[in-house]
Write a protein that binds this ligand. Structure first.
Ligand code: GRF
Length: 194
């Protein structure tokens, strides 16, 4: 069974969708550990609800990345849990060389836009501000640039004329919860075949 580690900083709705897909047998993998840089992040509560080992990793004093010694600790935690694929689910820090070297083409992210359009924060607000008729969701491998890297799967989401940021974000998240497990199954199938 492929072992994955999930990293997140917030709500954890994608983590829940992945855990539920595994429980339902739609996704064949085992979540070895869920790790968060935020002590009271709901994603840790979700891990506990599903009986998955989980940990809070104090991030250190940088705002957008982990302190190098903490990133080394993260690598060790994932390796100790025998994680093969690292799944980012709302993890709000940029991973640097140590993680990229330890998990080359083995870190996957989901982003709420059709990349390369609208990388960065609150991509659905960027799509609204740009008057887009369509936006979407991208699952991609993580590289050294933010919200960049080879695309694994994308799905379009319509922008309605009366959308608010909240309504559009909710529509995007519904698609995320379907697309992420599907895209991960594709990644796992490749790994099994390798
Ligand atoms: C998702 O919208 C994802 O695209 C972005 O962060 C958000 C995480 O949401 N990378 P959740 O914590 O999974 O609910």
């Amino acid at each position: 069974m492929i072992k994955i580690g999930i990293l997140g900083s917030g709500k954890g709705s994608n983590c829940r969708a992945i855990l539920q897909s595994i429980r339902d047998g739609r996704l064949r993998a085992k979540v070895a550990v869920v790790i968060s840089d935020v002590l009271d992040a709901p994603i840790l509560e979700i891990a506990r609800e599903f009986g998955v080992p989980n940990a809070y990793l104090p991030p250190g004093h940088f705002r957008t990345r982990l302190e190098p010694k903490v990133e080394a600790q993260l690598v060790a935690m994932l390796q100790n849990a025998e994680v093969q694929i690292v799944v980012l689910a709302g993890f709000m820090r940029v991973l640097k060389e140590q993680m990229l070297a330890a998990f080359p083409r083995r870190i996957v992210n989901i982003h709420p836009s059709l990349l390369p359009k609208f990388p960065g924060l609150e991509a659905w607000k960027q799509a609204l501000a740009a008057n887009e008729k369509w936006t979407g969701v991208t699952v991609h491998y993580v590289d050294e640039q933010i919200d960049h890297g080879d695309v694994i799967a994308q799905r379009k989401v319509p922008v309605m004329s009366d959308d608010t940021a909240e309504s559009l974000h909710a529509r995007i998240q519904e698609v995320e919860h379907v697309l992420y497990p599907e895209a991960l199954e594709q990644v796992f199938a490749q790994l099994r075949a390798a």
